[in-house]
Design a protein around this ligand. Structure first.
Ligand SMILES: [Zn+2]
Ligand SMILES: [Zn+2]
Length: 356
């Protein structure tokens, strides 16, 4: 594959060390190595978890690091082994529409991979944490991290609208899909933000009766328009008492990263219900009553984003059932402003860096 037309350097946003401002840097563009794909990035969504890199809260990180794990773009070049590998024929053509999410690839050889649990590969990567991510004009991705997309997916979505599906979307889609519930069950979505506004749409499209919970009334109309049956303002309504008066929530999906808010809502669970935590609450410990779980035989579980094939399913479902991320686009020069919007929870609902 010819790479003659590629530039010698590319612009990217880097965190050079913890607790310092973001920097826009010029990176050298090299030939992709074995099993590596060079992607020309078109859009890259900002995730709340990026603060774990910026604030030095993820163990064992090496700096400088380019974050960004909601990346969509096109294949610009591939390493030789990727081009020649059996099974890869035609999948990595120059210009193909591809994406990269939270999972930065897996080895296929460790004990966890051999059991099919690729998302927890012992030699795996997290995009933008253990390898550089997509806040740049280009990014290098291991071939196992690459999500393959149909060109048709751009018919009713922009690059920026698709980008958030590769972490926020894929996480809540699979968290709901793999939880225990039946169509018609009551599903409580805690938090209407980057994850929550997608979770409301997925849960209602999958056949759950959705109760969207947030503080204040500003998100009421939006939550109802996204498919919620009811909106509950937690500043004026006792959510636990209200949900228990209906019989409890068969499924609770916690999306807002606040340990106290999550702890307060857990007793809304129904008998035999399930609570799935997808948020990254780093502000404290979640407290739950042992007896509550015993006496309702409820299940409390955590959930993390899956791998490239999982994201492919999520995008297929999203584009077919018209689940859409609500985004605001920013050029790379305004990265700081876009990031602050996510951290201060003023983003409506995903801020996405776009590259012309
Ligand atoms: Zn994320
Ligand atoms: Zn592995």
């Amino acid at each position: 594959m010819a790479s003659k037309s590629l530039p010698e350097t590319y612009k990217a946003v880097a965190c050079t060390k913890p607790n310092t401002p973001w920097e826009i840097v010029d990176m050298p563009l090299r030939k992709p190595g074995p099993q590596e794909v060079l992607i020309r990035v078109h859009a890259s969504g900002i995730c709340y978890s990026d603060h774990l890199l910026k604030d030095g809260m993820w163990p064992g990180l090496q700096y400088p690091r380019i974050p960004g794990h909601e990346v969509i773009g096109r294949v610009a070049d591939v390493g030789l082994t990727t081009q020649e590998a059996k099974g890869n024929e035609g999948r990595f053509k120059a210009g193909s529409l591809v994406a990269v999410g939270w999972n930065g690839g897996y080895c296929s050889r460790c004990d966890n991979c051999r059991k099919g649990e690729f998302w927890t590969c012992k030699n795996g990567n997290i995009t933008g944490f253990t390898i550089d991510g997509g806040y740049g004009e280009y990014m290098y991705a291991p071939e196992t991290a690459v999500i393959h997309l149909d060109e048709d997916m751009l018919k009713e979505n922009t690059y920026a609208e698709l980008a958030p599906l590769f972490c926020a979307g894929a996480t809540v889609f699979d968290a709901i899909r793999t939880s225990k519930w039946s169509p018609g069950d009551r599903c409580l979505i805690q938090g209407i933000g980057g994850l929550g506004h997608l979770a409301v749409q997925y849960a209602s499209k999958m056949g759950l009766v959705v109760y969207a919970v947030s503080s204040g009334s500003s998100k009421r109309d939006l939550a109802l328009s996204l498919g919620a049956s009811e909106y509950i303002d937690s500043s004026t309504t006792n959510v636990v008492e209200y949900m228990q008066s209906l019989g409890g929530a068969n499924l609770i999906i916690c999306t807002a990263p606040n340990a106290n808010l999550i702890s307060a809502i857990l007793p809304a669970v129904a008998v035999n219900g399930m609570i799935t935590l997808v948020s990254a609450a780093t502000d404290g410990e979640i407290k739950v009553s042992n007896l509550l779980l015993n006496m309702s035989r409820a299940t409390l579980r955590g959930f993390a984003c899956g791998c490239s094939p999982d994201s492919e399913n999520c995008v297929k479902f999203s584009t077919r059932s018209k689940v859409k991320a609500m985004v605001q686009e920013f050029p790379i020069e305004e990265f700081d402003k876009a990031y602050q919007g996510v951290i201060e929870n003023t983003a409506r609902f995903r801020n996405v860096i776009v590259f012309p």
